[in-house]
Each structure stands twice: as C-alpha cells, then as structure tokens.
Design a protein around this ligand. Structure first.
Ligand code: SF4
Ligand code: SF4
Ligand code: FES
Length: 474
C-alpha cells in the first residue's frame, strides 16, 4: 500500500483517499465542518486546511488526496493560525448560546472552538438574527447558529433526492432555508439533525429532554423493516431518548429513515400491556402469571391450534418456539406474519431508492431460513391460535374468528382480541440475532430493562411448560 507521512507518522492509504480519512486511520483528527464522508466534498469551511511540504499555501485536507511520500503537518504554527482565524470568522455571528442549545456536548462548533479557537474576538458589530419558519414535525430550525457548511443542502440533493434546502442571498446575509419556507418533505428528515455540525437543525422529538452527556449509547439494529439499518439506542435510566444511525457502509451507510428512528415510541406507550392479563366480558383483567397461563392453556385445550409467529422475533426466539411446538403442539401448523401483503421474501423489495424495504419487520428472512412458511389464511380445521410477536408485526385480520392467546408486546386496545396475554419483550429489551433482506445476520442488543412484569419469550415458554394444568398435567 502507498504511504505518506502525517505529523511525523507513517500512514498507509488506498489511492483516492483524502487526507482527512488517511489521518483518521493513523489516529490523527483534523478539525472540520463541511466535510462529511457520505456527501460530496465542497471544501468551503477551510477549517481542515493543513501544511503540505513543497506547497506554498495551506491545502484543504478534505479535497486533497494523499499521494506516495506526501509530507503533511496538521499542527504546525501556520495551520493553527488558520484554524484560529476560521473559528473567529465562524463565531463572529454565532449567538454563543451553548447553555440553552440542544447540540451542546456533541457540537463540532463547540468542540473546535474549545480545541482550536481563541478566547478573544475582534468582532464588535451587532450579530445578525433570523426569523425561523417551521420546518415540519421533525426538525427545529435556529439559523442564528448556522455556519453555512451546506451539509444539509447536499444531504437533500444527494441522499434524500429532494432539493428542499437552499442558500438564499450571499455574504453576511446568507440564509439556509427550505424552498419558500416550506416544511421538509423527506422521510429521512432526522438525518438533517445528525449531520448539522451546529445546533441549527435539531430534532423536535429530542429537544430539551436530555443533555447528550447523560445518555448511554447501545449499538443495535433497527427493527423498522428488513433492511437492518445499524443504529444506536441512546437511553438514560431505562428511558429511550433517541435513536441515531451507526455507520455501516454496506447497509445504511450513515443514515436512518424517520420511520425507523422514531419507531421506539410504541414501547413507551401508556397503553402497552406490561402485566399478564386475561379478558373477561367486563374487560381486561390484570392477573398473576399463573392465572394468565392457566387461562391461555384452557383456551387452547382440545382445540385445533395454529401457531403464528411475528417476523419481528429473533432467530433464538423462533427456534425456542419450534422446540415448544414439538413438545406441546406437534401436529399444529406454524406460520410467520408481519406485513400486510408480504407473505414471503419474494414480496419484499425496496420501498424507495434510499433505504426502506417493503417488509416492515426485521426478520422475515430469518423465519424463512428456519423453514416457517408465511401466513396467508388459517386452515379450515383451525379453531384457535397462539400468536407470538415482538411488537411490530401487524396482526392478520384473518385470525379474527378463532380463540386466541397472545405472547409478546400488545397494546390494551388489542388485548380484548385475546383470552390471555403474556407480556414479552420488544427489540430494545432483548439480545438476539436477526437476518436482514440479504440474509446478513446482525445482533440486537438489549438497551433498556423491560417494563412491568414483561418477560423474555424463553422464560414464558418455560413457565408454560412447567405449570401443571387443571388435571395436574404439565
Ligand atoms: S443548517 Fe447546519 S448543516 Fe445546514 S448549513 Fe447551517 S450549519 Fe450547515
Ligand atoms: S430503512 Fe428500515 S431498517 Fe433502516 S431505519 Fe428505516 S425502518 Fe429502520
Ligand atoms: S472540512 Fe475541509 S474545507 Fe470544510
């Protein structure tokens, strides 16, 4: 591999790599604002300028490709002087409202100002201010904080496929805005907040709920569709505050769709059933595990039972159900379900040209690998169903006419459909393996404790197996 020298360190590179990436792989961080590895390079903030031997002027590291033998200095006097000047320029109009800014603690402007700026400014004029129009339900705009890096404009044009962010006017009057001040239209709006290096575009959903430094970050996978985008759940005290993308260049690159990003809210709904329950003509009755399992067993006893598995369950969960079936319901048919109109991976495919897949559950492929067929209709002889799901699989209306027992995540308005409900875990509350649409196995990681009395599927099936029925038989 070719090599160059950065700050006296030998760094290997692949031809075509820019100096920012080469330096990063050698453990050297070059400060930057406008460069983003998922967007085109515009080299307009000048923060990343470095000294290169035999070149009289500083060169921007984001737009300069490494070459064999190149000698680069990222911390020379000339470089530092430039970084200080860029910071002074960018902060000339900045309101410096970090204490009340949601980006505080994870803001490139704040970090670079601390590391590379000066505590002195020569700017005495009045700072410019903008009137911020509403950008729709996802993003809150505060253009007083904008440094015109144009990452948002490039994201709209190059990734979201919508030219919805533009730069109006020029010079000191430049304003980044949506066209005609319209709300954002993309289904990927949350990414604007991730890529903005300042607090100009923040998530409405997260604003003022938690300081970034209090959050525990758990690497996991989105359950929103069969794409399997890599994400990080950020939580504190077992409450999820937000989900952000984790880079995986082979799957989601740097992005998440809004559906996947905000999907976690259903876990926290007040009407989620988190205690074992049974339904009576008077309504739902919360009961103990024993009573609920007895009701479940009594419902299925003597019936022709079908087992329906949500394709939002993990491989480990589906395998434990197959073992349970062999032990208790060996003659029963088993099907997977999840998305209306998607019976098998033949029905799956891209929903758009960015990330989204048609299957709105994460493990359709895994169910097929285990040999479980997709649900189309109940066989005529079936009189009862054991329905097991994570929380996202959509219940098929074809099961309305039979007695049912539910295991997993259900809301109270769904509970009356079932004679008994045994509350289980959502994707954020368990570890496990899921296979995305390409068959790539990825790990879900538990980010929060499950609420109430919810239990893992293996534990529920074990209690079920070990509990004697009314005839004293397990
Ligand atoms: S709003 Fe943010 S991403 Fe857009 S130009 Fe301003 S600082 Fe850059
Ligand atoms: S494309 Fe699918 S997996 Fe990716 S973030 Fe959206 S819902 Fe989640
Ligand atoms: S990051 Fe290189 S010029 Fe902005």
């Amino acid at each position: 591999m070719p090599k160059c020298i950065i700050d006296g360190r030998e760094a290997e590179f692949t031809p075509g790599q820019n100096l920012i990436e080469v330096a990063k792989s050698a453990g050297i961080d070059i400060p930057l604002f406008c460069y983003h590895p998922g967007l085109s390079v515009v080299a307009q903030c000048r923060m990343c300028a470095v000294e290169i031997e035999k070149m009289p002027k500083l060169q921007t590291a984001c737009s300069t490709m490494a070459t064999e033998g190149m000698v680069v200095k990222t911390k020379s006097e000339k470089t530092k002087e430039n970084q200080e000047s860029v910071m002074e320029f960018l902060l000339a109009n900045h309101p410096l409202d970090c204490p009340v800014c949601d980006k505080s603690g994870e803001c490139d402007l704040q970090d670079n100002s601390y590391k590379h700026g000066s505590s002195y400014s020569r700017y005495t004029e009045e700072r410019r201010t903008y009137l911020d129009l509403d950008m729709g339900p996802v993003i809150k705009k505060n253009m007083n904080r904008c440094i015109h890096c144009t990452r948002c404009i490039r994201f709209g044009n190059e990734i979201a496929g919508l030219r919805e962010m533009v730069a109006l006017k020029r010079g000191n009057n430049t304003e980044i805005t949506t066209i005609d001040g319209r709300p954002l239209e993309t289904d990927y709006a949350g990414n604007y907040s991730d890529i903005c290096p300042t607090g100009s575009l923040t998530l409405k959903d997260f604003r003022f709920k938690k300081r970034a430094w209090f959050l525990t970050k758990v690497p996991t996978v989105c359950e929103g569709c069969s794409k399997g985008c890599n994400m990080e759940i950020q939580q504190d005290n077992d409450q999820i505050y937000r989900c952000v993308p984790r880079e995986n260049l082979e799957i989601n690159r740097h992005w998440l769709c809004d559906e996947g990003r905000f999907n976690f809210h259903y876990l926290e709904r007040e009407d989620r059933l988190v205690d074992p329950a049974r339904s009576k003509s008077s309504g739902i009755e919360i009961c103990d595990w024993g009573t609920s399992i007895d009701t479940a067993k009594a419902t299925l006893e003597g019936q022709k039972v079908a087992i329906l598995l949500g394709s939002d369950l993990t491989q480990e969960e589906a395998s434990s159900v197959l073992q349970f079936k062999a032990q208790h319901y060996a003659d029963s048919p088993i099907f997977h379900f999840g998305t209306p109109g998607v019976v098998s991976s033949k029905d799956d495919g891209p929903e758009d040209r960015i990330l989204k897949q048609k299957s709105k559950t994460s493990n359709l492929n895994g169910m097929e690998k285990l040999g479980i067929p997709g649900f189309e209709r109940l066989p005529a002889e079936i009189t009862a169903a054991l329905v097991i799901r994570g929380g996202r699989a959509v219940l098929p209306p074809e099961i309305d006419g039979v007695e049912k027992v539910g295991i997993g995540v259900f809301m109270k308005d769904q509970a009356m459909m079932f004679s008994a409900i045994l509350p289980g875990l959502s994707f954020a509350e368990k570890d496990g393996t899921i296979l995305n649409y390409e068959g790539r196995a990825q790990k879900l990681k538990r980010a929060v404790q499950a609420p109430g009395q919810s239990k893992s599927l293996s534990e529920i099936l074990m209690i079920w197996t070990n509990r004697k029925n009314s005839h004293g038989v397990a």
